[in-house]
Design a protein around this ligand. Structure first.
Ligand code: SF4
Length: 299
């Protein structure tokens, strides 16, 4: 996307296109303007990029104040296994699968000695079930043999476990140990590229580039905000631009449906008036009515 298109996007996305955009404070007209001082993929200065990126995160924090991991888990082991299983499938599918797995194999020691064929049968709905079975049994063996049956709380230990990369490790560190981390999944990659936060394509480089735009303390919540936005509004094939609350800040406005009514029909999960992905969200994530998230329009 060129700076010119980005600038045009800023003008072409008046706040009236989305109800929640009306609530947003006035936004500086078109961020990417200084072509001669271009330092970001959008052609804006570094300072302008940092300001715009943080503004997007603040806006998303208002849209998704309840954003949290969408995998059901009771402890770090369950989160680790569920995250490994979530590759190439939805969190909902994993949440429908893991109760049977953890009922049969509640600890790393149990799963370490499991019959692979039985585990494969349980994991079949998650896809790639043979590889995922090898990973979860392998990482359980490593936990049992090398870490006393506990999930380690250090990145360098986690990434040595079978099937565990930096993305999985940061999910676990951020959500089970409270240590800041950026989760570069498919949604994160797509959205930060649309927003011109970085031109990198390698996940590790994206992580470093985006991490440099934010204080470390923001990293985990930022990851949730971006991923939730990707799942609900800024879809891969048809982003709902006409119902997007950060449209005035987005250089890619117009890549998707811009008609507000048609765009609203593209919204997913609670933004589309439907349930979320968690089957047993913790009490902290429920509203007064016991629902997983506020209804459409209240965020
Ligand atoms: S939905 Fe459209 S306007 Fe919103 S972030 Fe995605 S591409 Fe940008």
């Amino acid at each position: 996307m060129t700076a010119k298109k980005a600038e045009a996007a800023g003008k072409a996305a008046p706040a009236k296109r989305a109800a929640s955009a009306r609530k947003a404070a006035p936004v500086k007209k078109a961020a990417p303007v200084k072509k001669t001082a271009a330092k970001s993929p959008a052609g804006e200065s570094r300072t302008a990029l940092v300001r715009r990126a943080r503004r997007i995160n603040r806006e998303l924090a208002e849209v998704y104040p309840y954003a949290h991991p969408e995998l059901d888990f009771d402890d770090p082991f369950q989160l680790l296994v569920a995250t490994v299983l979530s590759a190439q499938t939805t969190d909902l599918r994993v949440n429908q699968t893991t109760p049977a797995l953890f009922a049969e194999y509640p600890t790393p020691e149990d799963l370490a000695v499991a019959d692979p064929e039985k585990v494969e049968e349980i994991l079949r709905p998650c896809g790639f079930f043979r590889a995922k079975t090898r990973s979860v049994i392998g990482l359980s063996k490593a936990l049992a043999e090398d870490f006393g049956g506990e999930v380690p709380g250090r990145l360098e230990d986690l990434v040595k476990l079978p099937g565990v990369g930096r993305k999985t490790a940061f999910v676990v560190l951020g959500n089970a140990f409270g240590r800041p981390g950026i989760t570069v999944d498919t949604h994160f990659q797509r959205l930060v590229r649309r927003w011109k936060w970085t031109g990198e394509t390698d996940p590790d480089k994206i992580e470093a580039a985006v991490g440099a735009l934010f204080p470390k303390s923001d990293w985990t919540d930022l990851s949730h905000h971006v991923i939730w936005h990707g799942r609900r509004i800024c879809h891969a094939r048809r982003p709902a631009c006409g119902a997007c609350p950060i449209a005035p800040l987005c250089p890619a406005y117009g890549e998707g449906e811009t008609d507000p009514e048609k765009a609203r029909k593209l919204l997913k999960y609670e933004k589309g008036g439907l349930p979320g992905q968690r089957l047993k969200p913790p009490r902290a994530y429920l509203d007064a009515g016991g629902r997983p998230a506020p209804p459409l329009g209240s965020g």
